[in-house]
Design a protein around this ligand. Structure first.
Ligand code: ME8
Length: 528
């Protein structure tokens, strides 16, 4: 029986073109999804585009086109690049799709009916770039400047519909306390808790100063605030807002296992979104995981600084190093935890060489070459599974422990840890080869049985490591699986695929060269 799982990326603004940040979040969600599918889960992996709001309206006006035309153009571009990055999403939601708009209106109608949304007047401060209102207290904390763009906040008075966020402060605090993994990493959870302790104010959820958005039901002139519209995507994609009367439907994929977001949008996801779900009497996501930022040479990436890793730059990396190398770098060197990661061409090349050329490429190629040389490419029989018997755990035990460790780390979204344990397995094989020196043993026919066992054990372990690396590097690991005679993913249960010892003796092992050594080119960001 397969279990269901759900993971989401933020939905990306269509007034921007795809860049490293979008590639990053989407790729790490893809790695998790592929790992969960390998383990037999039925995964719903959602991504999409956030298409409403005054930013899109303004960008379209600047180009002299309609907002919908801009949205169509850039949503198509986002969808195109999913294929470039090898992304296995299950759905792509666009907030201008009728399925989304219809459900957002129905959900808001329910919130008005229950009193969670009401009409009121707002006086405070407005962050134009973020389309976000701030109270006096918060604006003072921010020094009356946008925390994102640094531009001054402007004074605003507006009649809006409000969401009664203040009513959920206690329930949210209780939820944080009883679910320590609700917001991760811990540093981010503590930040949210500190802000929660300051108290919550009701938030305006409609705007009257622009028209490109979902119109508020029964309220002419009121357009749903883009953030509220956008947050609902996580449930409209699952049809949870498509209800008769007051009841919401269910979905095997809800609540989501993970909402993966950048740290700058955590407040919306960790506080406003859960409160909206509480108001709708829907279960809360299990974990909201906020990663940090890619930066360049210690500085924030920005178009004006010309250090932005945009799509053409990414394309150059992929052309030079290959897609799987790009994915590996994203998933293992990225800002998954509470600190930012520096992106540099030099570091990229170092990681490519150390991890991929010297380990993931070299170890299987060494094993394959020795099997070719000493056994005509045919896997010999292992008659001495624990050899020498007092040398510690068997390879079977090592692999089984590694697989369990990897499973635990993947489930916990510890992608760096999961990658490391898989790499350690290959490094251990390398050490084993150096220690047992099969090339020396091969000189004396009396060692034939021992040599056969050693190479069988190496091949079996390499195959298992390849399976664990597959979510990170699907196409290279498919090559490895083919060369070591194992079945492609999806066709065999996880318990069999992850098991040590499944390559039958007598099987032909192909030689392979997975990652060629490449020169450290200087890949400069595109000119701004
Ligand atoms: O905020 N490093 O969309 P957006 C790592 N539409 N990740 C980065 C990054 C960087 N330097 N820059 C961006 C929005 N990201 C809203 C979301 S969700 C209901 C609505 C990633 O196009 C990161 O995931 O600005 C961040 O949260 C997201 O892109 C913002 O994308």
């Amino acid at each position: 029986m397969s279990t269901s799982a759900c993971i989401t990326t933020p939905i990306y603004y269509v007034n921007d073109r795809p860049h490293i940040g979008h590639a990053y979040t989407t790729t790490i969600c893809d790695v998790w999804s592929r790992a969960a599918r390998l383990r037999g889960s039925d995964v719903f992996f959602l991504t999409g585009t956030d298409e409403h709001g005054s930013k899109v309206e303004k960008s379209a006006a600047a180009r002299g086109i309609l907002p919908q035309a801009l949205a169509d153009e850039n949503a198509a571009e986002f969808q195109r690049v999913l294929a470039v990055f090898g992304i296995s999403n299950s759905d792509f939601i666009r907030t201008t799709q009728p399925r989304h708009e219809r459900q957002v209106r129905a959900l808001l109608q329910r919130l008005v009916k229950t009193g969670a949304v009401y009409l009121g007047t707002f006086e405070g401060w407005y962050d134009d770039g973020q389309e976000e209102y701030h109270t006096e207290t918060r604006a003072r904390e921010l020094n009356y400047k946008s925390p994102i763009s640094g531009k001054p906040l402007t004074r605003a008075t507006e009649q809006n519909y409000y969401f009664k966020l203040s009513a959920y402060a206690d329930r949210l605090a209780t939820h944080f306390a009883s679910h320590p993994d609700f917001v991760r990493p811990l540093e981010r959870s503590n930040e949210m808790l500190a802000r929660l302790r300051d108290g919550l104010q009701d938030v305006p959820i409609t705007r009257t100063n622009f028209s490109w958005g979902i119109s508020m039901p029964d309220a002419p002139g009121h357009v749903v605030y883009v953030w509220i519209d956008a947050l609902f995507n996580y449930i409209t994609a699952l049809d949870l807002g498509a209800t008769d009367g007051d009841r919401t439907g269910g979905s095997p994929y809800w609540p989501a296992d993970y909402h993966i977001v950048g740290k700058e949008i955590l407040w919306f996801h960790a506080v406003i979104w859960p409160a909206l779900l509480m108001a709708l009497e829907l279960p809360l996501p299990k974990c909201i995981y906020a990663h940090s930022f890619w930066i360049a040479d210690g500085q924030k990436m920005s178009k004006s600084l010309g250090n932005f890793v945009d799509l053409p730059t990414i394309d150059r990396y992929i052309a030079h190093f290959g897609l799987d190398a790009w994915r590996w770098y994203m998933a293992t060197q990225g800002p998954i935890a509470a600190t930012d990661s520096d992106f540099s061409a030099k570091h990229f090349h170092e990681i490519y060489t150390a991890d991929l050329v010297n380990t993931v490429g070299n170890c299987p190629s060494r094993v394959g070459a020795m099997i070719a040389k000493y056994f005509d490419g045919v896997l010999p029989v292992d008659t001495r599974p624990q050899d020498p018997p007092d040398s510690g755990p068997s390879w079977e035990a090592i692999c089984s422990n590694t697989v369990s460790d990897w499973e635990r780390r993947m489930a916990a979204f510890d992608l760096h840890g999961a990658a490391r344990v898989a790499m350690d397995l290959l490094r251990r094989v390398d050490v084993f080869i150096n220690d047992t020196a099969p090339f020396k043993l091969a000189k004396d026919p009396a060692n034939a049985e021992r040599l056969a066992s050693i190479l069988n054990q190496c091949a079996q372990t390499v195959r298992v490591a390849g399976v664990l690396l597959e979510p990170f590097m699907p196409s290279k690991m498919a090559e490895l699986a083919r060369a070591f005679g194992s079945v492609p993913s999806g066709e065999v249960a996880w318990s069999v695929r992850a098991k040590y010892g499944t390559i039958a003796a007598g099987h032909r092992i192909e030689k392979l060269a997975l990652f060629p050594r490449v020169d450290p080119v200087k890949i400069a960001p595109s000119p701004s």
